[in-house]
Design a protein around this ligand. Structure first.
Ligand code: AMP
Ligand code: ZN
Length: 473
């Protein structure tokens, strides 16, 4: 079975094949660090993490690069409006560099809390200005760009494939252009590679003047090239990145290198909240702190955000988080039942009991993820396995194999709790004391100790094979 991914450029599922055998070069558009990442951003980054994990599970080495946009992303995503970070700095009356540093730190903390693997590189846009200027010079030299005063624009009419990713055409973009389009542009869809503005706070001196800063799109073209080379296997982002951001990246990179930029483009669908767009006005732009303040763990949020298909709609409500929490608890039960069976507790007499269910679940799980990361199908395989084990029991040999399978499932999804719980000395004493009380038939003492144990978060169960314990979820 091969791994198929939906490529937003060709608009079809294609078998994934890396350019260099065994290695995947992947670039993920990262956060603009003007605010705390919200759960919509997190959905897109978690999708990238699951993608990386699945590629690794399939034996590929993944070189993952996720940038930090710390300058140049303007409020309208194109050439107009204030820099998002400078606008935030003004609101908070702080230095823009301090704003980007602070939110970068918080972002990294969120990624760790959510169990995301660390990319090979997290390049910052502000540290790649020379690389951006090199591409800009190249585009000027090749006639794809033009300078107007201190600004440099990309001339979209020079790049016939402009619009292929997003489905826009240069003509349509012209027709739909706003009246107040900058006169200095040759075409309303031309976009800034470099801008000059003495009021801008984060700025660089170049041959275009002393007050320059890069356009958002050139940043990603330059960072991807610096860390991954001229050609990437996979480029990801949220669906809003398709236009203008990724369309412009393709135009810049391909005009400059004269090679196809990314072999597969993958985009996560926008997360909605309460049936609509998240908005400050509605007060529902939730972040990880809000989720934790309501008593949910980052692991539960991770599960809620990855359990739907990344290209399918996902409407976040506190209700769906509650549902995710109980579904995840069921998977935790599966894990602890399998672990108990490996230890020889509560096992079916025939060591192969449950083998058939496992033999069915394993390929379903793999086929699910192989089919453009169909996480819902992969999870369904795990839930079916749980039902089968609950109904028919599990033998010790099957349990060992099931545990190996669960380890692989966790390597790809990152949501299971596989570190075995161990009991501390105090707990072991209590369990022994309770066993003694039972041997004396001192039922009140036995019950009292059981309650004490329960208060410490461990549940005891008396079975014909003896007492078994499990930690409460
Ligand atoms: P930004 O910080 O605005 O540059 O966005 C960081 C990433 O989050 C980008 O890949 C966006 O496409 C993505 N993103 C923004 N809003 C949402 C949302 N509501 N759902 C999913 N992804 C989003
Ligand atoms: Zn980007």
């Amino acid at each position: 079975m091969s791994f198929q991914v939906f490529d937003s450029l060709s608009k079809e599922k294609r078998v994934f094949q890396p350019l260099e055998p065994g290695v995947v070069r992947m670039y993920n558009c990262g956060p603009t660090v003007y605010g705390r990442a919200h759960i919509g951003n997190l959905r897109t980054f978690l999708f990238a993490d699951v993608l990386r994990r699945w590629l690794e599970c399939r034996g590929l080495r993944v070189v993952q690069v996720m940038n930090i946009t710390d300058v140049g992303h303007l409020l309208d995503d194109a050439d107009e409006g204030e820099d998002k970070i400078e606008a935030q700095a003004r609101r908070e009356q702080r230095d823009p560099w301090e704003i980007s540093r602070g939110f970068t730190e918080l972002f990294l903390r969120d990624m760790r809390a959510l169990g995301c693997k660390e990319p090979a590189v997290r390049p910052k846009a502000s540290e790649h200005v020379p690389e951006m200027l090199a591409i800009i010079e190249g585009l000027l030299a090749k006639g794809f760009a033009y300078q107007v005063g201190g600004d440099v624009y990309y001339e979209v009419a020079k790049f016939p494939r402009y619009g292929r990713l997003s489905g826009n055409t240069v003509a349509e973009l012209e027709a739909g252009a706003r009246i107040d389009v900058r006169e200095e542009k040759r075409h309303p869809a031309d976009f800034a590679l470099w801008k000059s503005d003495p009021k801008h706070l984060m700025k660089w001196t170049s041959r275009f003047g002393p007050d320059g800063f890069p356009g958002w799109h050139i940043e990603c073209s330059a960072m991807a090239r610096k860390h991954l080379g001229d050609q990437l296997d996979i480029h990801t982002g949220g669906e809003d990145n398709v236009f203008p951001h990724h369309e412009c990246e393709i135009a810049q990179s391909e005009a400059f290198t004269e090679k196809p930029f990314a072999n597969y483009w993958m985009h996560a669908k926008f997360l909605q909240v309460d049936g609509g767009k998240m908005s400050k006005r509605l007060g529902n732009v939730w972040n990880l702190d809000d989720v934790e303040a309501r008593g949910y763990t980052p692991r539960q949020l991770r599960f809620a955000l990855i359990r739907g298909h990344y290209r399918g709609p996902l409407n976040f409500t506190w209700g769906i988080l509650e549902e995710a929490k109980s579904a995840l608890a069921k998977l935790d039960d599966l894990v602890s039942d399998v672990q108990a069976a490996v230890r020889g507790e509560r096992v079916a007499p025939d060591p192969r009991t449950g083998a058939e269910a496992l033999a069915g679940a394993r390929p379903r799980f793999e086929q699910g993820l192989d089919d453009d990361l169909n996480v819902p199908q992969a999870l369904a395989a795990l839930f079916e396995l749980r039902s089968a084990f609950l109904e028919g029991g599990v033998g010790r040999a099957t349990a060992q194999e099931a545990l190996d399978f669960l380890r692989r499932a966790d390597a790809s999804l990152g949501v299971l709790q596989l570190t075995e719980a161990t009991l501390d000395a105090r707990m072991q004493q209590l369990i022994a004391a309770r066993a003694e009380a039972r041997a004396r038939k001192d039922w009140p003492a036995s019950d009292r100790i059981r309650d004490e144990i329960a208060a410490l978060g461990v549940v005891l169960q008396d079975t014909p094979q003896g007492v078994v314990w499990r930690k409460k979820a």
